[in-house]
Design a binder for this molecule. Structure first.
Ligand code: PLP
Length: 394
């Protein structure tokens, strides 16, 4: 009660009705409230805790690094082995053209940095983005958001932003020699999990190549094994020029990255000099956690595990109230039939200690995105709660 009162007095939540679950600890797929009651987290802290909450290997890596050094100077000036280890490990898993990293702290910052990078590298200003995409809340990232009601309050936003429809091949004709970059979630998350066809991606790549336009994939939600591959673009026949990572990259600590070739990223060094400076980008604690997390995903083969979980969920989640399940791996959106209110389902599941949520731009669907290494029994238990709530809402 004390903390709840202080929360309302001293903290500003993100809405007028914040969730206000009081946290005492978290572990694996569970978050514990102030009474020590366990809640099963089918959101993975919104795709941050891909390897579960407070994974002991991550804690150990953070503790080890903390004994050596924390912050020493702004990013990119000192040689810090945790950054290099993580960058090298990412580069081992990516095509040669995505061999260099520029580290930042948040996804929105990675988006802003990518906008600056593409404008400085191409010397063009137009940026194409998809409708119903969420790329973050800084003023740059906000400018990429298509829904008028949320963005008009902040006008004027960045000029030069044009919208296309995700998956619509006709719209790709808007890519031209005036375009600097196409910034796109490879698989759309907040639109309720949408995955375009491979034919679309091939045409997208061709159009970008033809006009020397940079293709930037925002994999801030889909990266780090979430979709059953380390990166969602690996499900397609194409690769981006720039890959943006965040969320699960730091396994619970704030870390994001712009990944590209050293040729493209060198614009940050020279055009102009100090084009993007950030005090905490690539913080050694965060990079140590990120390296430990990536090692764990690879050693424990968690991409394959995500595929297994997908099969299990698809098989178990049969219910007359479900219209459709979309997605891959542990990146799934469940669309309900029209007479059921997803908000009510989410509320009732929470009462039964299962944490679920919806999407920003799809009010008919519920996200199912548990940690990749969730135990099968816990996955089954959560799905049973979900189905029993759906039955009670019939
Ligand atoms: N891009 C995508 C696809 C996201 O889902 C988010 C956050 O949810 C962001 C960017 C912004 O990341 P952050 O909240 O770390 O700024």
């Amino acid at each position: 009660m004390y903390w709840k009162r202080r929360f309302f007095e001293n903290i500003v939540g993100t809405s007028e009705t914040p969730h206000t679950m009081e946290i005492s600890r978290s572990h694996g797929a569970f978050i514990y409230n102030e009474k020590g009651e366990a809640y099963l987290d089918f959101l993975s802290g919104f795709n941050v805790s891909n390897i579960g909450h407070s994974n002991p290997k991550i804690i150990e890596a953070i503790q080890n690094q903390a004994q050596h050094y924390l912050h020493t100077t702004v990013y990119g000036e000192h040689i810090q082995s945790p950054q290099i280890r993580l960058a090298q490990s990412l580069s081992n898993m990516l095509p040669e053209s995505l061999g260099s990293c520029y580290f930042l702290s948040t996804g929105s910052e990675a988006i802003d940095a990518a906008i600056k990078l593409s404008r400085s590298y191409t010397n063009r200003s137009e940026i194409l983005v998809c409708k119903n995409a969420y790329h973050g809340s800084t003023i740059g990232a906000e400018s990429l958001r298509s829904d008028y009601s949320a963005r008009n309050v902040f006008y004027p936003l960045l000029p030069g932003i044009k919208f296309i429809e995700y998956g619509n091949e006709e719209d790709l004709n808007k890519i031209s020699i005036h375009t600097s970059a196409v910034i796109m979630e490879c698989f759309q998350a907040e639109a309720g999990v949408r995955i375009a066809s491979d034919a679309y991606f091939i045409k997208l790549r061709e159009k970008c190549n033809r006009s020397d336009v940079l293709l930037i994939f925002d994999e801030i939600q889909t990266g780090m094994g979430r979709t059953g591959r380390l990166f969602a673009f690996q499900h397609t026949s194409i690769k981006p020029d720039i890959l943006l990572l965040g969320k699960a990259l730091g396994a619970g600590l704030p870390l994001a990255a712009v990944v590209s070739s050293s040729k493209i990223l060198s614009s940050f060094q020279s055009n102009p000099v100090l084009a993007y400076i950030t005090t905490f980008g690539g913080n050694p604690l965060c990079c140590a956690a990120g390296f430990a997390a990536l090692s764990l995903i690879l050693e424990q083969n968690l991409c394959a595990q995500a595929v297994k979980n997908e099969t299990f969920i698809m098989k178990s989640l049969k219910h007359p109230m479900i219209k459709e399940i979309r997605g891959k791996g542990n990146f799934l959106g469940v669309e309900l039939h029209h007479h059921i209110n997803p908000r009510e389902v989410i509320r009732q599941c929470y009462e039964q200690k299962l944490i679920l949520d919806g999407f920003l731009f799809d009010d008919r669907s519920i996200r199912i995105m548990p940690p990749l290494d969730i135990a099968e029994n816990d996955l089954r238990k959560g799905l049973e709660i979900f189905k029993s709530v759906l039955s009670s809402c019939e």
